[in-house]
Write a protein that binds this ligand. Structure first.
Ligand code: SF4
Ligand code: SF4
Ligand code: SF4
Length: 180
C-alpha cells in the first residue's frame, strides 16, 4: 500500500523455536494459490517451504523471495547448534541451482505475495494456519525511493520473466492460468 511517498511493508517474522514442522503453512499457502482458489492442495506450489531435519532438530520456514537469474557466488555455510548447513538450504530464491519455488507445471518462479486480496485479509494464510505461533505478521512504514517509484513491482517482475522465459511462454502461461 502506497501513500504520500511512503508505503506499508508487510513481513512475516519467524520464530524457529516454535516451529514443529507440521507444514500446515505450506498446505494453506498452496490451497490459497490454487486455481480456482482452495480447489486443491499441492505443496509444490506453496510460497513457503519448511526446511525439516528431524535428526538435526531443525525446522525453518522460508518464504519465496526474489528471483535469481544465476547462481550466486557468495555461498556460505550456516552453523546451527554446531551443525553445518549449505546456504542454498535456507535461501529464499528461485534459482537455477535448485528446484525450490518453481511452479511444477510451468517451471515459472513462485514468489510470496503476502496473500494480497481486495479487501485485504486480516492475516496471510500461512500465519493464520500456524497454530504454534511460529509465524507473526509485521508491518512497517518506509520511504519509496525515486527510482523505485518509476517502476511498479509488477512491471519489474514481468520484465524479468520475459527476459528469462521469452514473451511467448509468459503469455501462454497467463492465458492458461486465466482460463482455469
Ligand atoms: S504451520 Fe507453523 S509450526 Fe507448522 S511448519 Fe509452518 S511455521 Fe512451522
Ligand atoms: S539457491 Fe544457492 S546459489 Fe541460488 S541464490 Fe540461493 S544461495 Fe545462491
Ligand atoms: S504470506 Fe501468503 S503467499 Fe506468502 S507464504 Fe504465506 S501463505 Fe504463502
Amino acid at each position: 500500500m502506497e501513500n504520500n511517498g511512503k508505503r506499508i511493508v508487510k513481513s512475516i517474522k519467524v520464530d524457529t523455536k516454535k516451529c514443529v514442522g507440521c507444514r500446515a503453512c505450506e498446505i494453506a499457502c498452496s490451497a490459497f494459490h490454487a486455481v480456482p482458489r482452495f480447489s486443491s492442495v499441492n505443496t509444490a506450489r506453496s510460497r513457503i517451504m519448511v526446511v525439516i531435519d528431524e535428526v538435526k532438530d531443525v525446522f525453518v520456514p522460508i518464504r519465496a523471495g526474489d528471483y535469481a537469474e544465476a547462481e550466486c557466488n557468495g555461498r556460505h555455510a550456516y552453523v546451527i547448534d554446531g551443525k553445518e548447513y549449505d546456504e542454498c538450504t535456507f535461501c529464499p530464491a528461485s534459482c537455477p541451482s535448485r528446484d525450490s519455488f518453481r511452479d511444477p507445471d510451468s517451471g515459472l518462479p513462485l514468489k510470496c505475495d503476502m496473500c494480497e486480496t481486495v479487501p485485504p485479509m486480516e492475516k496471510p494464510m500461512c500465519v493464520d494456519a500456524c497454530t504454534f505461533g511460529a509465524l507473526t505478521l509485521e508491518e512497517r512504514e518506509e520511504e519509496i525511493r525515486k527510482e523505485e517509484a518509476k517502476q511498479t513491482d509488477m512491471e519489474a517482475g514481468l520484465k524479468f520473466l520475459i527476459k528469462r522465459y521469452g514473451l511467448k511462454k509468459v503469455m501462454d502461461t497467463v492465458v492458461r492460468v486465466s482460463e482455469e
